[in-house]
Write a protein that binds this ligand. Structure first.
Ligand code: CA
Length: 369
């Protein structure tokens, strides 16, 4: 048996070798193990998909960077660039993947052309809300699956923000039946757009900067954007009279932090822990800020006499839901990777629906005074 003095000196030597980074396993790019600590200053760049100064989303990405800087005592200094300041917004994923920049902030459905199954990690029509998405990602195997999906691109993802349930959008006429959607020109991107097309609508692809003018000049009949806060800020209440809910097409869009894998593995363990924890904190902050700003903006919109706020009729939602299932099944048949993520998502989602039915939904359904 070792005597305690000998044990202490062996332990001290071992610790020293770890601290100085001269242990035998410091090739952390192949093992994934990070150095325990170092005194290097890392200067990183983060690019985002948001316009400069975009409230909540760009601001949240900047707050995250500031917090990482403060917690690391300046050892990890992240400079944040809005969309277009360094690279075009939709090249964020590629820039992180190629290591042109170390970090990105956006949402996984922007890369649907390259990684179709990534859409399940942002949002899909009639999918889970923020509560279910967080449960799936953090504790239900979702994040592990997401990391596996991004691995071939050398990108490590983290959830970082959520828009909450979005609004259904602004329409220049009332929607009383599915027939009212027929031939309607609406700005509605992604899988929501595919479902809308199946319903007879005409989805139009428009950049955020063109949305207001197109609706105001009747080049489109309808548009979705985000929620009351951002919609009000864009002035959409001046361009259409009918504001519909709920946002069946985006029930809780997850925003993502992406990190170049090599850059991530080059960090010592404490800086990795700081990033993980700051990302979790910002995930909550951005979501709760969005909720607060939306409830306040909704109140302001309700005071405007020129707009009417309606719920989509039940049969319209029911039909859109069944067209969504059809769309997702079709996509899954075309693509085994999409199918795999779809099945994992659906399995969790069904259980989440059962639980929600007797917890949050049941509670919220009580008429309160
Ligand atoms: Ca939207």
């Amino acid at each position: 048996m070792l005597n305690s003095a000998l044990f202490r000196s062996i332990f001290a030597l071992l610790l020293l070798s770890l601290l100085s980074g001269c242990g035998s396993s410091d090739d952390n790019t192949s093992t994934g193990a990070a150095n325990l600590v170092d005194n290097k200053t890392y200067r990183w760049k983060m690019v985002t998909t948001w316009p400069p100064g975009f409230p909540v989303l760009q601001e949240g990405a900047e707050r995250f960077a500031k917090n990482v800087n403060a917690m690391s005592n300046g050892r990890l200094d992240i400079k944040v660039y809005a969309g277009g300041e360094l690279i075009p917004p939709l090249q964020t994923f590629d820039a992180v993947s190629q290591g042109t920049v170390e970090m990105g902030h956006g949402s996984a459905y922007y890369w649907a052309g390259k990684v179709p199954e990534a859409q399940f990690f942002s949002t899909v029509p009639f999918g889970m809300t923020a509560r279910g998405m967080n449960a799936w990602l953090y504790h239900g195997g979702g994040l592990e699956l997401w990391r596996e999906i991004y691995k071939p691109f050398h990108v490590v993802p983290f959830p970082l923000g959520n828009t909450g349930v979005q609004m259904g959008g602004w329409f220049n006429k009332e929607i009383n039946s599915l027939d009212d959607l027929k031939g309607l020109k609406m700005r509605i991107p992604g899988l929501g757009g595919k479902v809308f097309a199946k319903a007879g609508g005409n989805p139009v692809l428009l950049a955020g900067s063109e949305v207001y003018t197109s609706l105001e000049r009747n080049m489109i009949d309808a548009t979705e954007w985000i929620g009351p806060f951002h919609d009000q800020r864009l002035g959409l209440y001046r361009a259409a009279d009918h504001y519909y809910y709920p946002g069946w097409h985006e029930p809780g869009t997850v925003l993502e932090l992406t990190i170049n894998e090599r850059a991530w593995l080059s960090l010592p363990a404490d800086l990795q822990a700081i990033i993980s924890n700051a990302a979790q904190a910002e995930n909550l902050l951005m979501f709760s800020e969005m909720e607060q700003k939306n409830l306040s903006a909704l109140h302001e919109l309700q005071q405007r006499d020129n707009i009417q706020i309606h719920r989509f009729p039940d049969d319209v939602l029911k039909k859109l839901n069944s067209l969504t299932n059809e769309t997702l099944r079709e996509e899954a048949e075309k693509d085994p990777k999409f199918k795999r993520v779809f099945e994992a998502y659906q399995a969790f989602r069904h259980q989440n629906d059962e639980w929600s039915a007797i917890s949050e939904n049941a509670y919220l359904a009580i008429e309160k005074q």
